[in-house]
Structures are given as structure tokens and as C-alpha cells.
Design a protein around this ligand. Structure first.
Ligand code: FAD
Length: 526
């Protein structure tokens, strides 16, 4: 993907686009993949970087959601388990399977969770990743040597999918582009274009040049997550809010807090939340929280009480108690939950999605999860095609292999460690290796504590539309999430490599380093 070519294609087209998507997160990118794969002329505009919003800040699970089963939402679990199976087949380079252990500290937990997880296995059917089983106390501690042994009776093991959310977002952008879609980042929609009271396009601002453009379309799809009410208000000034944003945070710790390949899943903490401790890219991810917030923003910050909650609960289940100084990175995201009348808390709001169509034909999709992005896209494109009067074409994405697909069998892979992040590039890894062969200096690790090399920076800028140091360190690589301090230490090197690719001057480099330093300060505790 090349941004200049995308910009050219987007702004020089005189015919209207069949489908124009606002928002480059999981939902919008999934819609672009679907619409382009059906052969519709598709464009997508993102106000910041792809996956800058919620879609780079998830727990990184492709899961049915054991919690939703507890809530009795069998339909959502069934749908998500099917999607989990499909994504595992269509993007085996980006999804791995992971074992989760529910520790049992009271006599009733083993049969209770054992039965629940057997139902989970049954719902997954032949797309299951492995049968759940009861584990003895010894086996539980063998797999989770740092689990709190006091009072431990045993455990229940089950399997789910794990992925790298921002990398999957880039992979979706590439898949859409492979099918002819035009996608661009750093281009916010500032208003909707209406003709005869019908939405017929958008006005956008290209942030690098400051230029404004009008893009015409047969239908516009609003896939802006927690921002969707603001786009709906561009259509109807008094539109009732549909979204109840809920913040969830994660803390990233060193692997020594949870060595081994299994994750810990605590189905119910004191206040009824689910707690995960998950191995991810050679670190441990602890999450999450569910805090209602009133305002949608792109860079939410973890609240002191959320940090306290996670540290206290992690200490309860792990032998080594994490302290604020142990946290390598802390990040927050906002769930775009669908509003349901007067609510007590956001934890009980549904996680399914809905598509709505305004009087002027703006199609808005809200709710959902990363796991179900494909089904959400299918539903949204079906509706959008109707609104636009496009020829009906079947959705091909259930079996559409995503960009970089390899590993012929489409079998889930075991969890990967820190050194194996290259696998996420799929078939593109060969091009990165060729780049290194040409410039051996690009094979050097950027930092001893991070698994990333110079070649990835060059690749991200040349082929993945990274435009800033933050794009590279936060989403093309996950350096900011794996170790915020280490990521700051390499910002200058990254700025130099990116500047060379983008033809930018030393002033740009210095500004980039400074703004990344400011951003990263929000990911460090204390
Ligand atoms: P976003 O990713 O926020 O994308 C919307 C995009 O629209 C943004 O990039 C924004 O910049 C852009 N935009 C807004 N306004 C404009 C405009 N005017 N012009 C152009 N662009 C605009 N799901 C799972 O399946 N598994 C999990 O493990 C999981 N864990 C989660 C943990 C947390 C803490 C959270 C918060 C969510 C989690 N989810 C999980 C849910 C999942 O992450 C979200 O459902 C999904 O990422 C939402 O994607 P989206 O595209 O709708 O929103």
C-alpha cells in the first residue's frame, strides 16, 4: 500500500464510489474487505492512523466469550465461535491458539466451570480448538508455576484464539487494497455531502497538506466506533446517542510474572468482572476493566482506580505481586457498546452489533467485537448495497484468505514468543528478508529488550502506510505496548529511518521524537 498512490486514486475519481466507509478500525476495515471482495468500488477514510482507536487496544483474544455464556447470550457465543474458527483458517499467520486455565480455589468451581466450558466446546463444534479438561492441583501448578498455590484445588483448561489486533487491522487494509479498495489514513470526514436530503458523499481534510476534498458515493457507511454518534450528528443534528463508551485498561508485565504458555482466566472477581493474565509477545498482559465514560477520545488514559484494581487482583492470583514500577506499559481503550435505555453499568451491556439506516440513507454500524468483525461487515455491506441500489452480490469473506496467508492447512498455531513476531507478516516476511539481504544493517535489533529490527520500520513506511514514529512504534510494531520506556529510547532511530523514506527534514524528526515521547509518558506509571 502506498499512500501517495491511494491519495491520487481517491481524489481524482470523478465517478461516485459504490461504498464509502468512514473509520479505519476493525469494523470499517472489515467492511472495506467485504465490499471490495464483492466487486463494489470501495473507498475508506480514517481520521488518524488505521486502528488508532479501540482496535489496537483490545485484550487480543479471538474468542467466543466465556463471560457471555455466563450471561446466557448463547447466540453471541455461537456466532463468535464460528467467526473464531473462520479467522483461524483465513489468517493462520495472525491467530494462534492459547490455553486458558481457570484456577479453582473452592470445591464447587471445578464442576461449575467444567460444565460451562464443556458447553463452550460443544458450541464450537468442529471449529473447536481443543477439548476443555479438569486439571489436578499439581498439573495446574506445573503449567502455571507462579499461580498462587494457597488454597488451590485444581484448574479447568480450555482453548481460545489470540492475535495481534493492530497487525490484523493492517492485514485487513492490505487485503482490501489487494481487491482494489482505496484506503487512506490521516483524512477525517468533516461533514457529509447531501443532495435532495440524501447522503451522497463526504467532505474530508487531508491532514498532511491541509487540503479539503469532496468524495461522492452511492452510500456512506459510518463505522467510527465510539465516535459514531458524532458522525450521526453530521447527518441529523439532534440524533439520539446510540453509543455508551466503556473504558478497559491493560497492564503489561515482564514474562517472569507468568512464565509458560498458558493464560489465567478468573471468571469472576469481587465485583463480578473477568480477569485475564495472558502471555503475549513474550510479555504478560493483565486486563481488563469496564468503566463507563462520557466522552469518546482517541487517546484515553488508565484511571488510578483501574490500575489499582488490576494490580490488587493480579497480586491475589500470582505469587509475585506486581507493583506500579513493574508495569512496562499501561494502555486504555474504549468499547463502543450499544446504549440500552437507562443502564446500571456497562459490563452488562450487550456485545453484539446492530446496523441502522437514517432517513437520509447514512448506514451506521455500532457495537460488536474484533472477533465478529467479518460478520459485522457482511451485515453492513448487505444493508449498504440495498441503500445504494447496487447489484446484489454474495458475501465471499467466510473463505477469503487474508493478505499474507500461508500455512496451507489453516490450522491454529501454538502461541508464539517474543522472537517470533515476524510470523505475523505471513508471506510478506520473505520481502522483509530480501530487504535485509540488500541492507544488512537493517537486521539489527532496534533495542535489546524489543524484538524489532530496522527493516520493519522501512517496510512499515514503504508498504504499510506508516506516517509517523507513533504509527511504527505503536501499531506496525507493538513496541509502545511491550515496553514504553524502551520504545522511547528508539524513537530517534525510528524517526531517522522514517524520515529517509518519507523525505522529511531534521525538524520533522525532532518533532516526531518529541511528540512520541509525550505520548509514551502516558503509558508509563508513576
Ligand atoms: P475503532 O477501532 O475505534 O475504529 C473507529 C475509527 O473511526 C477510529 O480509528 C477513528 O479514528 C475513526 N473515526 C472516527 N471519526 C472519524 C471521522 N470523522 N473521519 C474519519 N475517521 C473517523 N474484542 C474482541 O473480539 N476480543 C477482545 O479481546 C477484545 N478486547 C477488548 C478489550 C478492551 C479494553 C476494549 C476496549 C475492547 C475490546 N474488544 C475486544 C472489542 C474490540 O476491540 C472493538 O469492538 C473493536 O476494536 C471496535 O472497532 P471499531 O472499528 O468499531 O472502532
Amino acid at each position: 500500500m502506498n499512500r501517495d498512490a491511494m491519495l491520487q486514486a481517491l481524489t481524482t475519481r470523478s465517478e461516485p464510489w459504490d461504498i464509502l466507509v468512514i473509520g479505519g478500525g476493525a469494523t470499517g476495515l472489515g467492511i472495506a474487505v467485504d465490499a471490495a471482495a464483492r466487486g463494489y468500488r470501495t473507498a475508506l477514510v480514517e481520521q488518524n492512523d488505521f486502528a488508532k482507536g479501540t482496535s489496537s487496544r483490545s485484550t487480543k483474544l479471538i474468542h467466543g466469550g466465556v463471560r457471555y455464556l455466563q450471561q446466557g447470550n448463547v447466540g453471541l457465543v455461537l456466532e463468535a465461535l464460528r467467526e473464531r474458527g473462520l479467522l483461524t483458517q483465513n489468517a493462520p499467520h495472525l491467530v494462534n491458539h492459547l490455553s486458558f486455565i481457570v484456577p479453582n480455589y473452592t470445591w464447587w468451581e471445578a464442576p461449575f466451570y467444567g460444565v460451562g466450558l464443556k458447553i463452550y466446546d460443544l458450541l464450537a463444534g468442529k471449529l473447536g480448538l481443543g477439548p476443555s479438561e479438569h486439571l489436578s492441583r499439581e498439573e495446574t501448578l506445573r503449567r502455571l508455576p507462579t499461580l498462587e498455590p494457597n488454597g488451590l484445588k485444581g484448574g479447568t483448561i480450555y482453548y481460545d484464539g489470540q492475535f495481534d489486533d493492530a497487525r490484523l487491522a493492517i492485514c485487513l487494509a492490505q487485503t482490501a487494497a489487494d481487491s482494489g479498495a482505496v484506503l487512506i489514513n490521516y483524512m477525517p470526514v468533516v461533514s457529509l455531502v447531501k443532495k435532495n436530503d440524501l447522503v451522497r458523499g463526504v467532505a474530508v481534510k487531508e491532514l498532511e497538506s491541509g487540503q479539503e476534498h469532496e468524495l461522492n458515493a452511492r452510500v456512506v457507511v459510518n463505522a467510527t466506533g465510539v465516535f459514531s454518534d458524532s458522525v450521526r450528528r453530521m447527518d441529523e443534528a439532534d440524533a439520539e446517542p446510540m453509543i455508551a463508551p466503556s473504558q478497559g485498561i491493560h497492564l503489561v508485565l515482564d514474562k517472569s510474572f507468568l512464565p509458560g504458555d498458558s493464560a489465567v482466566m478468573v471468571p469472576k472477581t469481587d465485583d463480578g468482572r473477568v480477569l485475564f493474565a495472558i502471555p503475549w509477545h513474550g510479555r504478560v498482559l493483565i486486563g481488563t476493566t469496564d468503566t463507563p465514560v462520557s466522552e469518546a477520545q482517541l487517546e484515553p488514559r488508565p484511571l488510578p482506580e483501574e490500575i489499582e484494581f488490576l494490580l490488587t487482583h493480579a497480586a491475589r492470583y500470582l505469587t509475585k505481586d506486581p507493583k506500579p514500577g513493574d508495569v512496562l506499559s499501561a494502555f486504555a481503550g474504549l468499547r463502543p457498546l450499544r446504549k440500552m435505555g437507562e443502564m446500571k453499568d456497562t459490563a452488562s451491556l450487550p456485545r453484539d452489533h446492530s446496523v441502522s439506516i437514517s432517513k437520509s440513507g447514512l448506514v451506521s454500524i455500532s457495537g460488536g467485537k474484533w472477533t465478529t468483525y467479518r460478520k459485522m461487515a457482511e451485515d453492513a455491506v448487505n444493508q449498504a448495497a440495498l441503500v445504494a441500489g447496487l447489484a446484489e452480490r454474495p458475501c465471499p469473506t467466510a473463505n477469503l484468505r487474508l493478505h499474507g496467508w500461508r500455512n496451507g492447512e489453516g490450522k491454529p498455531r501454538p502461541a508464539r514468543g517474543a522472537g517470533e513476531v515476524w510470523e505475523g507478516y505471513g508471506t510478506d516476511a520473505a520481502f522483509l528478508q530480501a530487504l535485509i539481504k540488500e541492507h544488512p544493517g537493517l537486521n539489527e535489533l532496534l533495542h535489546p529488550k524489543l524484538p524489532y529490527r530496522g527493516a520493519e520500520v522501512v517496510w512499515a513506511v514503504r508498504h504499510e502506510m506508516a506516517r509517523t514514529v507513533e504509527d511504527v512504534l505503536s501499531r506496525r510494531t507493538r513496541a509502545l505496548l511491550l515496553d514504553a520506556r524502551a520504545s522511547v529510547a528508539i524513537a530517534r532511530k525510528v524517526a531517522r529511518l522514517a524520515a529517509k523514506e518519507l523525505g522529511r527534514d531534521p525538524k520533522w524528526e525532532a518533532e516526531q521524537v518529541e511528540s512520541f515521547r509525550e505520548l509514551a509518558a502516558g503509558y508509563v506509571l508513576g
